[in-house]
Design a protein around this ligand. Structure first.
Ligand code: TXA
Ligand code: MG
Length: 327
């Protein structure tokens, strides 16, 4: 998709004025603002309706810009950045003072990521500083994978949207915590634990540790309900299919997202999803949004396979679907 340089100029002017610019990445669209300015970051929290205890990912042009945002830069972080950036990996490290408390929800760390999209890399280089970039959707909802998803959600007066076409990855970056003795995956994503283990030379634990004092969430993206469509949604398998289908409200339609052509009764729409994990991830959020548009009484989503090829990537998809289906 060709981008007029005046789009970038307008985006840079908006950012320098403390305003908001949505940018494309290889995962989902991000809602950008100057990560060094608390006033700009506060606008991001406000417009998303995001709880202030949920920290933001900071986007950088390269590892040098990342180091400037970090109080210390562990060797594991450098190895991960060398191997995975630009790419869908957010690396949590101790936070430098240039990053305001608000970005980190008051915590001692910051999540850093260099996104793999030429337009956004150019934006970051020309801006010359870090940009926060939560997914560009109202908090809790489905992340945007196309520019029009962002335009549907926000007023152009508030958010300038850089259109970089559809996002190919489709689910959010893997978040890995490198602040402790051993790196830990806090949010599964497109970079699998297996790959991370190969880079770091040993198995990598998955799952957030509960906070020592039981207060703040270690990674609040791990909140139970998240990535959720408006419709009531539930997962099914071949075994639970009949029972799941019977739960649709009698007077309203239902939508089924499945990788197999399930036979559906009248009033139920079947959406055939890609069978491969990468294709599925890429298509998922647009499919959830499309399915929502008809305001169905129920959304039935076929549960991902638990084993077989790409089990790690399917597990990241299952993580999103489980949260999307949490009432
Ligand atoms: O792929 C992505 O990561 C996208 C694109 C736009 O880059 N961004 C994204 O941001 O998904 P957001 O805000 O929707 O999710 C950020 C996740 C949350 O789960 C948050 O809790 C976690 O990263 N996070 C951010 N800073 C953290 C920190 N310092 N420690 C632990 N988790 C952190
Ligand atoms: Mg999000």
């Amino acid at each position: 998709m060709p981008i007029a340089s005046n789009d970038l100029d307008a985006a840079l002017a908006r950012l320098r004025a403390g305003g908001l610019v949505a940018f494309p990445t290889e995962t989902v669209y991000g809602l950008g603002a100057d990560a060094r300015r608390a006033d700009a970051v506060a606008r991001v929290f406000a417009i998303k309706g995001r709880p202030s205890r949920n920290p933001l990912i900071v986007h950088v042009a390269d590892a040098a810009m990342a180091r400037a945002c970090a109080a210390t830069w562990p060797e594991a972080a450098q190895r991960l950045a060398d191997a995975c950036w630009p790419g869908p990996l957010s690396i949590v490290v101790p936070r430098a003072a240039v990053i305001p408390d608000l970005v980190a929800a008051g915590g001692p760390s910051v999540a850093l990521r260099c996104p793999d999209h030429p337009l956004t890399l150019e934006l970051l280089r020309r801006f010359g500083g870090p940009l926060v970039g939560p997914s560009a959707n109202p908090s809790g909802g489905v992340s945007p994978t196309r520019a029009e998803h962002v335009r549907d959600a926000f007023d152009p007066a508030d958010v300038l949207v850089l259109d970089g076409g559809p996002c190919r990855g489709g689910i959010e970056s893997t978040v890995i915590d490198c602040t402790g003795a051993a790196p830990r995956v806090l949010r599964p994503g497109l970079v699998t634990p297996q790959r991370l283990g190969a880079i770091l030379g040993g198995p990598v634990a998955v799952g957030a540790l509960p906070a020592a004092d039981g207060s703040a969430l270690p990674s609040p993206g791990l909140l139970d309900r998240h990535y959720a469509p408006n419709a009531r949604a539930r997962l099914f398998t071949t075994r639970t299919w009949a029972e799941a289908l019977a739960q649709r409200p009698p007077d309203r339609g239902a939508v089924v997202l499945a990788r197999e052509p399930y036979a559906v009764p009248e009033g139920v729409r079947l959406v055939l999803m890609p069978r491969d994990a990468a294709g599925y991830a890429s298509a998922l959020y647009a499919a959830l949004r499309d399915a929502d548009r008809a305001d169905p009484g129920l959304m039935l989503i076929e549960a991902p396979p638990e084993s077989g090829p790409d089990a790690d990537l399917w597990a990241a998809i299952a993580d999103r679907l489980t949260r999307a289906c949490t009432p």
